[in-house]
Structure formats: structure tokens, C-alpha cells
Design a protein around this ligand. Sequence first.
Ligand SMILES: [Zn+2]
Length: 392
Amino acid sequence: MTASAIKFEVIAAAGEARAGIIRTRRGVIETPVFMPVGTAATVKGIRFEELESSDLDPAIILGNTYHLWLRPGIETIKACGGLHRFMGWQRALLTDSGGFQVWSLGALRKVSEEGTQFRSHIDGSLRFLSPEVSMEVQVGLGSEIIMVFDECAPGRATYDEAARSMELTARWAKRSRVKFDELQLSAKDSSGAPVDDLSGAQALFGIVQGAGHLELRRESMARTVEIGFDGYAIGGLSVGEEKPLMFEIIDATAPHLPAHKPRYLMGVGTPEDLVESVARGVDMFDCVLPTRNGRNGQAFTSKGKINIKNARWTDDTRPLDEACGCSVCRRHSRAYLRHLFLAGEMLSSILLTHHNLAFFLDTMRRVRQSIRSDDFQRFRREFIEGLSSNDN
Ligand SMILES: [Zn+2]
């Protein structure tokens, strides 16, 4: 048997929740894991030194195929030795397929069997993304984990719309697999090197779609698993559907995906969503909330959210979160952070982003620890109680 690109091992479980390890050619990822989003080859507002500091220390971050493909362009990144070298990040990277970004363009796109045509949001030029193009780009970027090119139907799509979209996603998953395998053989990957007993190749994840229809979700899951991938994602959630439906879909999919492969819930969510989804068997997450909301003046804390603009904090000398040990909470007060935000100082975004990422990453650290020490259900109850106390 040939060595695989990644190796996943579950080391402890509590109900459906599991703590595990993903070994990649660029280091070990402990799961459940939160992956900060680095859309345009940067986790917005955070220097890489800070990202690697003990406050944050993620083992993996995301890169965005759509954005990088349009700017600076794949040829530029390849000429600079691949995405890791280009951005100065030596740990693992996961790239999305571009499907979701193209979908979010809405009326500007045209979907056909072949792929999706759309206008670049940068210069208005006509571009075409397909499973084959997405694989070429992601392999060229040199990420450790690559996502299949999918079509995302809105959470409230009708059954017929969602069924058509799910069928198309299944056909595109097959094409992604074929093209990906071909590219791995032709060594187009820009940053691979065999490590330990891994093959040194890139890993490919499939994506379960089907909008808000459980029957379609189950069919999508069966068809995705049948093709066979290194990991499985649940896509198309947190796109406008109601929360109970989101959890219903996670319940109907996550625990039924292959147990020996990582399960990734794409684009979700709040701290509460993360913990509740771990309880349903999810291992990996990404979300722009900690970074985007940080720039907009919102802090996540163990006692719920804080809007830093609020006049309540004018002379409040307490840190954002008294239970947080991050460098922002050790040094700065709510009053100071409010002042920075109102004065339009760029440091406001930097500090709030730092704290928010620290809170998300530390939450996942505590989730892992609680699963390993067989204490997850108590952690889950107390964590959710704390968030909803809103006792800031
Ligand atoms: Zn903090």
C-alpha cells in the first residue's frame, strides 16, 4: 500500500465528539481545530510572528483560491516558490476551491455543466472557474489540503434547485478527483516533500452539499464518500438558514461520515456553533467571524459578545475578557480599546482581531483537553452557560 498524504487518528471520544491528530507534511494538527482565514495570503490584521506566538499558534490556516487566482495570480505565486514561501508561512495550509466565493457573487455568475463564468470583482474581466482550473490553481499554490470545486445552493433553496445543484456538485467532485490525481502524478505541486511515512503529496477533501434538505444531504454524502477522499467537508451552511436546521443537517451528516477521516464544517461559526458542532462529530472549522468582527469593533468573550463602541466602556479599566490570558487582555482596558476604535486607529483592528483569534483558538484547546480528560459534556454546558450569561 502506498503512503497517504495525511494521517488521521482519533485518540479520545466523548459521545460523537472526538479529539484526534492529523499528521501532514507540514506538521501535526490537533483536532478539533479552528483554522484562521487568510483570504488574500494574510490573516487580516495579524503579523505572522504574532500568529505563531503562544497566544494564537494555529497549526493550519486557510488560503483563498478565488482571491489569489485573481490577484496576484497563480503564475506570480508559483514564480515566488509557492504560497508558503510567498507569504512566509511554513506550517500547513488549506485552500478552498473558489466555489463559495463565485457563488457569493450571485447575479454576476453563470453556471454551466463545464464550470462557472463570472466577472472579476477587481477589474471586471470575464473569468472561468471549473473543477479542472480549481485543481490546477490549488495544486500550484502548494497547499496541504485542497477542496473539490463545488456548487453551493442557498440554505433556503427549493428541493428542485438544491437537487440540481447537488447533482452538479457530485459530477464536479468526480472531475476534481480525476484532475487532482493526474496533477499529483505530474508533480505540479510547488512545495511537496515526503515526510515520515507520508507520501509528500497533497490531500483532497470532498464536500457534502444539498442545502436544507436532509434527503439530498444524505445522497450527497453517499456519492461523495463513494468517490473517496482524504477528508470530508459539510458545505453550504451558515448561509441564511435557521440555526435549528443547521444543527439538524450536521446531525444527519457529520456522525455518519467515515470515522477514520477528518470532518470539516466549512465557514461556521460562532464560539457556540463550534462547541455544539464538535458535540456532533465535527473535527475542523474555519470562519471569518473573529477577524472580520474584530475589525468592526466586536469582541468575543467567555461571557458573550462585546461591542467596543458602547458608551458603557468609556472609563472601564477591565480587560475585554477577565478569563482571557492573551497579550491584549493582559495589557489593555476596554476604555482604551473603545478610544482606539472611535479615533479610527488601525491598532483597534489589530488588537481586537488578536484577542478574538486567541479566544477562538483557546476555546478549541479547551475543547480538545476536555474530550481527552473525559470532561467534554461539563465543559460544553458551562461554556454555553457562560456565553449566554451576557454578564459583561
Ligand atoms: Zn484576550
